[in-house]
Design a protein around this ligand. Sequence first.
Ligand code: TXA
Ligand code: MG
Length: 329
Amino acid sequence: MAHGPSMLQEAVTRLREGRLVAFPTETVYGLGADALSEAAVARVFAAKGRPSNNPLIVHVADTAHARLVTSNWPREAQLLADAFWPGPLSLVLPKAANVPASVTANSPNVAVRCPDHPLTLELLRSFGKPLVGPSANKSGGVSPTCAQHVREAFDDDTVYVLDGGPCTAGIESTVLLLADLADHADHAPRVLRPGLISAEQIASVLKQPVADFVPGLKHEGTLNSPGLLEKHYAPATRTQLVSLADLPKVLSSVRSAVVMSHVAVAIAPPHHLELLPLDARGYAAGLYAALRSADARRCDLIAVIAPPDGGPDVAVWQAITDRLRRASA
Ligand code: TXA
Ligand code: MG
């Protein structure tokens, strides 16, 4: 991980020119651009090949930055920022007028988050303005968890990569809808994308109920979230969630497969084993790199042993299962 004052300076210079800089966060690498510049934001959509109806998260150095891009900063937002920022929680709030409509895909709301990485916090402070930051992959692909993943997707001229080492959390932030509450019968904050911060943790800070993520649920009117695009986070190789019991049958139906598993399982050639940690946080941190190396083997199938659906860290397993479900959609 090579970086220094000169790399940070180069990154800031490029951002001021309206160009793209990939930055490290604790979750995945983001594709950064000036959030208040229409032209810079357009470059992000173009480079990713991202549909214009999928809004971007705005990354901020602190709550002062967050207030610049939101028109309403309720007590709930302040409580959550105090508890979880910098960290993997994006808050969806009414947007301020200075945020280009393209950032929010014409939604009246904007998602904001303060990422937990020292290099990126320094970048945000030096640049002095918020940055949009979708995951730094081509649209629909697997999110990048190290600088090399970003370099494989974009050329150096289009995207300058700030290398901050491997991402420690490994899956994207929890997205929480705090705006538009009046439109919901229950008026409860709602998790639009599950992540490492659970609905339960949020509820205990807010001391009020929080509607948990429901797979497949679409919201009336406003756009949905992350992965309401069904296929997402997907390798090129066909990917399937399988139970341990079904594995022999599945393997016998293909020439070669990579089995991704959190439990030891005996796999003989021509199949391969990609073993992931048994603990949910370790699994999340290694998930995308494992999907990429499984993909690189160019087998017929990536068979992922279904993760636990209970026990400790069940919320983290649910977030992982959400990503796997989308990878196999
Ligand atoms: O951890 C993360 O959130 C990473 C890092 C780089 O910060 N970023 C990330 O961005 O995952 P992206 O663009 O890959 O996913 C952001 C998701 C989008 O799919 C989008 O649907 C949702 O957040 N989102 C963004 N703005 C929104 C809004 N105004 N209303 C509802 N959902 C929104
Ligand atoms: Mg993404």
